[in-house]
Design a protein around this ligand. Sequence first.
Ligand code: 5RP
Length: 228
Amino acid sequence: MENLKQKAAEEAVKYIESGMVVGLGTGSTVYYALLKISELIKAGKLVNIVGIPSSGKTEKLATELEIPLTDFMKHKSIDITIDGADEVDKYLNLIKGGGGALLREKVLAQASKRLIIIVDESKVSSKLGEKWAVPVEVIKFAYPLEMEFIKSLAGKPQLRMYENLNEPVLTDEGNYIIDANFGVIKNPFELAAKLENRAGIVEHGIFINLTSEVIVAYKDGVKKIKKK
Ligand code: 5RP
């Protein structure tokens, strides 16, 4: 699987050109993209690249790899963002947030001229929700109410906890995450709208109409799926 993640990531990095502002996603697949970008910068094959990281983790990693970073104060638009996903459907809609960075990732996605999603074949599904719960970022104050709200939408909510600590996971913005299992989602637009209308919910991991293309690494080769 690691090998597939690397193949998808390296294919995506081919679209980065010198001088670009690059959105840097989060996760174990994006890790390989960061390695490749760093290698190309060090070899002088990519120059004047600046990255905008989507999480504290990516910021740390990019800094270690000597990828120059910038922010939205200096750049209001991103040329290409490369990010992973937890689930991808045939319309290129996504579930994201397995790594807890969905809020900043969505901010990057909406600021990007081109969003390239990199996944291995295990992430492709015919309908969102088949494989993954929807991460929902909520303010701490409201989380017990948001758990009930998710139940009222026929979801099964679970507050995300750190593996070895009896404490809820905190996002980079200091919020909690509820993993909301809705099973197969019949209408992602409708569910997204309901979550967006609810006070206390900051963001959710359903990404609709944001993706330009998905690069999927299958065991027998890499395929690019473009938006129709
Ligand atoms: C983080 C994300 C990640 O992109 C997603 O969880 C995929 O991660 P990985 O490449 O490690 O499977 O949305 O918030």
